[in-house]
Design a protein. Structure first.
Length: 692
């Protein structure tokens, strides 16, 4: 074996070593047809083609040798050679090997170990089994004459076992034979691979020599490449040194020029600073004057606003106090009239009840005296009749015989005594009956008198309580309305004063903020250039002038709005107060009329009840007293219901009027707050603009 020892290019040698290390497709030894060495063609530079595949194509499509031990092994398909081992490979073919180098590469051995045995024996076993089954079926068909079912059913158990063994035995034998053939093929491949490994291990020096040579060539190429890189780096370092020195000289010249320019700029900045300080002093004086003018104008506007708000609050409070006093007086007069009317009606009713009781008592006394006289007359008449009868009887007996006279005399004496006793007993009975009747009439008259007096007292007490309740309700309602109106006026006055104070404090705070902002602006202006200072001064003076004019106009407009709002509040309160007074007067008159009508109706009902009581007193005394109580209770309940309804109406009217007044006051308060907020926002905007 001849080996080429010539020195090649380091880069080409390195690439060839890498290609040799990665290549696994070098032909195996034993192939008589070899490719002669040649120069690379144009097609050899194809980056997507495998160099060894191209060389094989040029050789005439020769077949790569396989480890064919038997025809079965030769059927194993070879590995694919058509596609490239590496996609995108840009390496040229390996030129380190000579033409007569017939040593195998390690890749061929690995490929041999990866070859699997053929599976054709299993196919042959399946075909043989199928043919055997068909032969058995044909034989059974011939023996049965075409009737397989009867032939199968006619078999005995032993015959069935023999047929099953004849069917399954050869099939199993075919499968076992196929398995043995595949296993034998696999063992032959393993034996071939083991033999090649043993042959390769028997000659280790040739492989180690090639590996050492390849490694030494690789090291030489790397050392040469490193030397070239160091030389190029040294050349580049010299060029960089030249460039750095040129840049340093350029920077030195630029530094000297910039130093001169900076010194001139420092001198100019000193001059500009002096001019800025002078301009800042002038601006500070102008700002101070404008700030004093603005403060005085704001103080005057705040004083006018506070005075207008105080005047409006005092007018509102005075109007509310006057209306409250008028409402209280009207309610007091209405209550007094109601109490007087109720008291008058109660006195009239008591007098009528007393007169009726006196008349009843007199009638009872007259009836008793008349009954006594009548009984006395009847007793006298009976006595006279008995005397006349006794005289006639005496005279009649005197005309008769002596015995009869004596008997009659005895009989008359006894009869006279009996008549005397009976007359005395009758007289005593009449006297007792008269006395008991008189006592009964006297006791009944006293009870009736007491009942009438008690009923009149209850009616008087209820009327007095109702009148006192009405007076107390009217007084409490008037007091509550007056207190509510006074509280609303005080709260409105407090809120107006607080709003005025807040506006004044806001104006003062904004003035102080503006002063501080202007002072800061004046301090910062001293650090700017002269041209910008002139523009800032002109713009600030114009802004200060506009701010002063705007503040003056806004202050006058705000004062006018506050005065107009206060006037509208005063007018609304006056109108609502007048309407409230009118409503209360009308309500009081309606209450008086209603109570007068109800009292007249009650008086008429009581008079009618008393007239009915006088006409049927003897038989219906108890029923009349009960009817009187029911009538008085119904009258008191109706009077209380009407009084409660009237009180509710008065209360609802008062609440409606109070709500209207409160709504007007809240609306005026909202307008004042809105105006104060608007003025506050305008002052904030103007102060911010002035500070900017």
């Amino acid at each position: 074996m001849a080996t080429e020892k010539k020195l090649k290019d380091p880069a080409e040698a390195a690439l060839s070593a890498i290609e040799q290390a990665l290549n696994l497709d070098i032909p195996a030894p034993g192939d008589s047809a070899r490719v002669e060495p040649r120069l690379p063609d144009v097609g050899d530079g194809d980056p997507l083609a495998d160099p060894f595949a191209a060389s094989l194509a040029e050789a005439g499509g020769r077949r790569i040798p396989h480890l064919d031990i038997d025809p079965v092994a030769s059927e194993v398909p070879p590995p694919e050679r058509g596609r490239s081992r590496r996609e995108g490979g840009l390496l040229p073919p390996d030129r380190s090997l000579v033409a007569n180098d017939d040593r195998q590469n390690i890749g061929i051995l690995q490929q041999t170990l990866r070859v699997r045995p053929s599976r054709k024996p299993y196919l042959f076993a399946a075909i043989a089994s199928f043919l055997w089954l068909n032969g058995l079926v044909a034989l059974a068909w011939n023996q049965s004459g075409g009737d397989l079912k009867s032939f199968i059913t006619g078999l005995t158990a032993l015959q069935t076992a023999v047929v099953a063994a004849a069917i399954a035995g050869p099939i199993v034998l075919f499968l076992i034979t196929a398995m043995l053939a595949v296993r034998a093929h696999e063992m032959r491949l393993v034996a071939r691979a083991v033999g090649e490994v043993a042959i390769r291990l028997a000659e280790p020096e040739s492989f180690s020599t090639d590996a050492v040579l390849t490694m030494s060539q690789t090291v030489r190429r790397e050392v040469a490449a490193v030397g070239d890189g160091v030389e190029r780096a040294l050349a580049r370092a010299g060029e960089l040194e030249t460039l750095v020195r040129g840049e340093i000289s350029t920077l030195e010249r630029a530094y000297s020029d910039n130093e001169i320019r900076i010194r001139s700029l420092v001198d100019e900045l000193i001059a500009q600073r002096e001019s800025i300080v002078a301009n800042a002093d002038r601006v500070r004086g102008a700002i101070t004057g404008s700030h004093e003018n603005l403060s005085s104008e704001l103080d005057g506007a705040a004083e006018r606003i506070v005075a207008a708000i105080n005047g409006a609050g005092e007018r509102v409070t005075g109007a509310l106090d006057a209306r409250g006093n008028e409402i209280t007086a009207a309610l007091g007069e209405v209550g007094e009239r109601v109490v007087g009317s109720v008291s008058t009606r109660g006195d009239d009713l008591i007098r009528q009840l007393n007169a009726t009781s006196e008349g009843v008592r007199g009638g009872l006394e007259e009836i008793g005296s008349t009954l006594t006289v009548t009984l006395q007359q009847r007793a006298d008449e009976v006595t006279q009749a008995f005397e006349r009868t006794g005289g006639a009887l005496t005279r009649t007996l005197a005309d008769n015989a002596g015995s009869v006279a004596q008997s009659l005399s005895e009989t008359g004496s006894s009869l006279i005594e009996a008549l005397d006793r009976q007359g005395q007993s009758v007289r005593e009975t009449f006297e007792r009956s008269t006395r008991s009747l008189e006592e009964t009439f006297l006791s009944r008259g006293g009870e009736l008198t007491e009942r009438f007096a008690q009923t009149g007292g209850e009616i008087t007490a209820r009327f007095a309580q109702t009148g006192e309740g009405l007076s107390r309700h009217f007084a409490e309602t008037g007091t509550a309305i007056a207190e509510d109106i006074a509280a609303r006026g005080a709260s409105l006055r407090t809120e107006i004063e607080a709003a005025g104070t807040g506006v004044s404090e806001l104006i003062e705070g904004r003035g102080r903020d503006a002063q501080a902002a202007l002072a800061l602006a004046a301090g910062s202006v001293a650090d700017d250039f002269s041209t910008r200072m002139d523009r800032v001064r002109d713009a600030f003076l114009a802004s200060a002038t506009r701010a002063a004019e705007t503040m003056d106009g806004r202050g006058l407009e705000l004062a006018g709005r506050i005065e107009a709002a206060a006037a509208r509040v005063d007018d609304a309160i006056s109108v609502q107060g007048g309407a409230l007074a009118a409503q209360l007067d009308a309500t009081g008159e309606r209450v008086v009329d209603l109570m007068t009508d109800r009292a007249a109706q009650a008086t008429t009902s009581v008079e009618q009840a008393l007239a009915g009581l006088g006409s049927g007193f003897a038989a219906h005394a108890a029923g009349t007293a009960e009817s009187l109580r029911e009538t008085v209770a119904r009258l008191a309940a109706e009077l209380e219901a009407r009084t409660g309804t009237t009180h509710d109406r008065i209360r609802h009217g008062t609440e409606a009027a109070t709500a209207a007044v409160v709504a007007s006051v809240e609306e005026a308060e909202g307008r004042l707050r809105a105006a104060a907020d608007a003025m506050r926002g305008v002052l904030s905007d103007r102060t911010a603009e002035s500070a900017a």
